[in-house]
Ligand binder design. Sequence first.
Ligand SMILES: [Zn+2]
Length: 61
Amino acid sequence: MKRKVEKKAKIALCRLCHGTGLLRHKDAAGHQYERQCPQCEGSGRVKVSAVMEFDIKPYKG
Ligand SMILES: [Zn+2]
């Protein structure tokens, strides 16, 4: 028997940029630059949703 559990979308802090919306990089010359975080597109927050599927089978010793 398969059971599906859906987690509704919720707002969470973007873990890729830690909520700043920017990713910092250093190039080979040591120059630091920033670019927009691709995961939250610069907002610092993301919507997270999930669908989990459980496969449940009888256990008979
Ligand atoms: Zn981000």
